[in-house]
Design a protein around this ligand. Structure first.
Ligand code: NDP
Ligand code: MG
Length: 388
């Protein structure tokens, strides 16, 4: 372990993954020093965290009041301020744990400035992968925090990437994994927001119930590990103990198993190449009732979002951006009671079918396609009850 403390900034500090990251920083003060914290608008929680972690710089990208000031802190506002944090010479490691696409430019800045980056935010890499990935200078510079990608990253860190035959990400299957079509039609937002394994923000929790999350994660894996669509797949694994599987050309498989706790991938990314002492006990082999290594294929007819996302990833161009935007709108409409659960894939598919595969000419265009997909899907959601 290096004797120099790692100076950390957390973007999305007030969220669920931000909490896991900060918990690791708090447990290992001899390793990590929290320097900057950013969120969208939750001033009360941000200042509470700032005091707990003794951060110096705070940022709200969309503060509720025009003047955001907190006594004793360097307070920044606006999305552009995230790039100031990402280029701050007094910060070594930036964690991207915000939701949405607001932090894309800051992610580019952090990589250009040769910072170490821990990445939980999947929207950035799905939308901006072709512009972000070429900026990665070192194999350990961009460290995935999404648990499945962390698993793959840890499985291949000593391997020759050209020898990968296929990877699988695992899915718990969400709360409706054993439902029939008739049951899915009656699902309420409250039921979809109660994930059986992971405690996460609302958007990703609904995405886990539709299996859109797993499809988005397959696109994320294609980008992060530079793998073609046919080498990336996913499996339902109700035990949620194995997070990723890699098959090499000689037939050898590596699986990464751990308890489903976001602090583990967060710690693996922050402390790389070290492992911190979380007193993790792993799987309890003394009692077979406590572990479950069963896997099955995803049922694409019950959970069409998975296939729609994989197809969008394979087609590339504007489709991943449109998918992210359309999903954002459809999930919001479902949570607000405007559309049923089973309409989510229909809205997204109809949105994507209205576009051609012309690739965005620039990162700005790719980001604007997210807004375009969101607006188009939102129009469909608003008209849903008149059509059905
Ligand atoms: P949450 O909804 O719990 O938290 C979102 C965080 O992002 C909050 O801190 C929020 O601030 C901040 N935020 C949202 N918009 C902006 C913005 N425009 N500018 C700055 N900050 C913003 O989400 P999660 O923690 O669940 O997820 C965060 C990301 O990590 C997502 O991309 C998700 O897909 C990914 N992820 C999450 C996992 C999980 O276990 N939760 C697992 C793997 C990946 P505020 O509180 O002020 O709104
Ligand atoms: Mg995940």
């Amino acid at each position: 372990m290096s004797t120099k403390k790692i100076r950390v900034a957390v973007i999305g500090a007030t969220g669920s993954v931000g909490g896991a990251v900060l918990d690791i920083c708090r447990r290992f003060p001899e390793r990590f020093e929290v320097v900057a914290l950013a969120a969208k608008s939750n001033e009360a929680k941000l200042t509470e965290l700032a005091s707990l972690h003794r951060a110096r710089t705070l940022c709200l990208t969309e503060p509720r009041t025009a003047s955001f000031k907190a006594e004793g802190y360097n307070c920044l506002t606006g999305t552009e301020a995230l790039s100031l944090i990402a280029s701050d010479p007094d910060i070594d490691h930036i964690v991207f744990a915000s939701s949405g696409v607001a932090a894309i430019k800051a992610l580019q800045t952090a990589l250009r400035e040769d910072k170490d980056v821990s990445l939980a935010n999947k929207e950035s890499i799905v939308v901006a992968g072709p512009w972000v990935m070429p900026l990665v200078k070192r194999t350990d510079q961009l460290r995935p925090v999404d648990s499945e990608h962390s698993a793959i990253w840890q499985c291949i860190r000593e391997e020759n990437k050209a020898e990968i035959q296929k990877i699988w990400l695992t899915a718990s299957g969400g709360p409706f994994r054993n439902y029939t079509r008739e049951m899915l039609e009656k699902v309420t937002p409250e039921e979809a927001l109660a994930h059986p394994v992971w405690k996460m923000g609302p958007k990703i929790t609904v995405d886990s119930a539709t299996l859109m999350n797993k499809g988005i994660e397959c696109i994320e894996a294609m980008q992060l590990f530079d793998l073609p669509a046919e080498k990336v797949s996913a499996l339902v694994h109700p035990g949620s103990q194995v997070h990723g599987v890699v098959l090499f050309y000689d037939g050898t498989m590596k699986l990464l198993a751990s308890s489903p706790d976001m602090r583990l991938p967060a710690a693996a990314a922050l402390a790389w190449p070290d492992r911190v002492d979380l007193v993790g006990s792993g799987l309890d082999f003394s009692d077979p009732a406590k572990w479950d290594l069963s896997f099955r294929e995803i049922d694409g007819s019950l959970f069409p979002c998975f296939g729609i996302a994989c197809k969008a990833g394979e087609m590339g161009g504007a489709y991943p951006s449109l998918l992210v935007g359309a999903d954002e709108a459809a999930v919001r409409a479902f949570i607000d009671g405007m559309i049923p659960f089973t309409a989510i894939p229909l809205i997204i598919e109809e949105t994507l079918s209205g576009y051609s595969s012309v690739p965005p000419a620039s990162l700005d265009e790719a980001v604007s396609m997210v807004g375009e997909g969101e607006a188009a899907a939102w129009r469909l959601c608003k008209n849903w009850r008149y059509r059905n």
